[in-house]
Design a binder for this molecule. Structure first.
Ligand SMILES: Cc1cc2nc3c(=O)[nH]c(=O)nc-3n(C[C@H](O)[C@H](O)[C@H](O)COP(=O)(O)OP(=O)(O)OC[C@H]3O[C@@H](n4cnc5c(N)ncnc54)[C@H](O)[C@@H]3O)c2cc1C
Length: 113
């Protein structure tokens, strides 16, 4: 279809951004850009969103498909942002290791040497 003067009509692009990958970065960028009034198309080669942080529900349990993830930040703006989308429990990562009869914080490797 052409315009009355014979030129091709100019269409507004359907999207402002094409975002390849829907991990934390792509999803966050898309959310913030959409909140700012921009139009985003997000694609991913995987069949799910979330990238490496993805969890799937297996027999009533949330399983981290690509390895365990713990969210941590000291940035209030980041903390407030993620709370828009999920509730968090008060899990604290404090693995312990046995050596003989003693129990050590597993993240302080020098105690195990
Ligand atoms: C085992 C493991 C444990 C981790 N534990 C923690 C943790 O406890 N705490 C923490 O803060 N961080 C952790 N991380 C790091 C965290 O996973 C990453 O920082 C975060 O997922 C990065 O997000 P991203 O969006 O940059 O990339 P990704 O999560 O990798 O997402 C990228 C997405 O892009 C897609 N993609 C890539 N190329 C293409 C393409 N050509 N076309 C279409 N789609 C494409 C991929 O399929 C993927 O879904 C861990 C990482 C791993 C692997």
């Amino acid at each position: 279809m052409s315009s009355p003067n014979g030129t091709s009509p100019v269409h507004a692009p359907a999207y402002d951004y094409l975002i390849v990958g829907c991990g934390l970065f792509g999803a966050t960028f898309a959310r913030l850009a959409t909140d700012a009034g921009l139009r985003c198309l997000v694609i991913d080669r995987r069949s799910h969103i979330g990238g490496n942080c993805y969890t799937e529900r297996l027999e009533g349990i949330n399983v981290h498909r690509y390895g365990a993830h713990i969210f941590h930040t000291s940035n209030k703006a980041v903390w407030d942002f993620v709370h828009r989308f999920a509730d968090f429990n008060n899990y604290i990562n404090s693995p312990k290791a046995h050596r003989g009869q003693a129990l050590f914080p597993a993240l302080q490797h020098e105690h195990l040497l």
